[in-house]
Design a binder for this molecule. Sequence first.
Ligand code: FES
Length: 212
Amino acid sequence: MSMPYNQTILKYFLNPKNVGQIENPDATATEGSPACGDMVKLYLKVDPETLVIQDIKFQSYGCASNIATASIITEIAKGKTIEEAKQISWESANRELGGLPPVKIHCAVLAVDALKTAIENYEHTHGLLKEKIPTDESTVTKRLRSVINPVLGKDIISTDLVNGIDISSGTVKVHVKMKEDEQFFANVKDEIIERISPLWDIRKVEVVPNGD
Ligand code: FES
């Protein structure tokens, strides 16, 4: 059997840093990979004066590459300002890790996307956006691309689980092709709400099951 991982990746996978949850986080992001259906959740604590990331933690439901990448990028991000942390890319994480197997690049992208989204969510909820672009259907669709359809293990947009998005005066309604009592409806609902509600101009998110 061949071992596809180098020593650095193995070290981070076996002893991951910053694993866990933060109580009362200032921002979170749950990002699902459209490529493999795995998920990672990231928590941030940010100093409101200096915008320095004081604490950062993650929980991964992904593979070794995802855990190793999340581990290394959270180490790099801790103590940096959110502006500095935005510069962290999957390419730089991949370099620090000594190179992931090419089929595992999406796992690094997933971890970095979770960091980027958590920072973005922080900016949305703390009045820090440079441009206040009103939320439209494309913004919502883009965000829903990282909510995973648990039955099919792919995102809810490409698996056609969403059959309508209405946005009006601060309320987003997402219509899903699921029954209210269906297994996973509650999970999908929670994730959609978590994903959409940080948007700066959104006050309410409703997930409407089929038939309503
Ligand atoms: Fe899904 Fe790596 S295969 S995160």
